[in-house]
Design a protein around this ligand. Sequence first.
Ligand code: T4K
Length: 393
Amino acid sequence: MTDVKKIKPFESPIYVTKPFLPPIEEFAEGLQEIWDTHRLTNNGPVLQRFTRQLSHYFQTDNVCLFANGTLALQIGLQGMGISGEVITTPFTFVATTHALFWNKIRPVFVDIEPDYYTLDPEKVEAAITPWTTAILAVHVFGYPANLHTLADIARRHNLKLIYDAAHAFGVEVGGKPIAHFGDMSMFSFHATKLYHSLEGGLLNFQDSGLKDTFDYLKNFGFKSQVEVVMPGTNAKMNEMQALMGIHVLKYLDEIIEKGRQIDALYRERLAAVPGIHLPPSLPEDIRCNYAYTPIEVYEKEFGMNRDELYEKLKKYKVFTRRYFYPLICDFACYKSISIGASLEVARKVSERILTLPTYFDLSLDDVQKICDIIIEIGSKEADHQSYELAAKV
Ligand code: T4K
């Protein structure tokens, strides 16, 4: 363990994430095909190969690739004809709500549950109105939402159940990819994700009748060279993205295994630190992807609040992120949306949450050092507080 009295800042910055890159020779080999064919985009052979690999991975032909996750979700909602009100979470990346907004759908923000920060099903049911058409839940940090209860609510109220699974590629529940649950799931393949294709997004859906619609919508609405059947947009994934996706996919198991080791070490070192709270380990039937390491900082017990810790860590060149703060309903562009019920849990979590560095290239020694720094910062502050208390007595 690092000598806590003499912890020096890291020499190079440690960011919350760093994209996995395959060996450059492997990628270069794939580039040759693109150079040979001069086919760069518009459903080229690499994209078709990538789509087949993902169909195999998800065990379904109902997959469609996009330029990014935001456009995938936007088009997914549009293609499914979702309208009116959709129940969703305020504790997510802002793109989840933007996708509703671009479809002129009113987001109805509902509170989250405190363990894994996903939508609280009891509160979902209470928020249903005659205008509700769907539930848009998020597997935030890769933690599965309450799949069975949400499915039951959706079935009883005849609602579509859609998952923003941007963080959840590689997660399995009961041996099945998480996309098996709900009517549609969107995965993001952005560079900051555990699994990526530079940028990219994927829809996995149950109704095979939607496939053509998604294909048209992402390609200007073209059905053939002379037929435009709907006002689509340009949301196509290009050949470079698909190539990166193919090459990173080969390493998915290794990436997840490294995440498991990092998670285990953070848990071992931080679980007993006063004021630092980690979400409970997931049940055994869930294959986690260990994409993120969120902690909650309890000010009184730790001796300082989340924002102070976030700032102090920067002095050691550790650049954590406050995913997700502020809540979406507090952003200027969504402030005017009226909130029906209390968002008490989401508000508290959003004030306390801090996401620690987690990525394939992060060495376990570096994780040890990040933990040492957090412990050192906390104990110094605790010493200072007890000194001040003693001085007052
Ligand atoms: N739904 C959810 C729940 C999402 O989390 C997201 C995206 C979406 C939907 C939309 O999917 P996409 O349309 O993005 O496919 C990042 C990502 O840009 C965003 O994709 C992601 N969620 C969100 C959680 O995080 P920022 O603003 O935090 O990214 P940035 O650029 O500050 O990157 C974080 C750190 O990563 C940097 O400090 C350094 C490192 N980094 C980043 C990039 C881009 C690298 O080392 N290399 C890189 O190329 O939003």
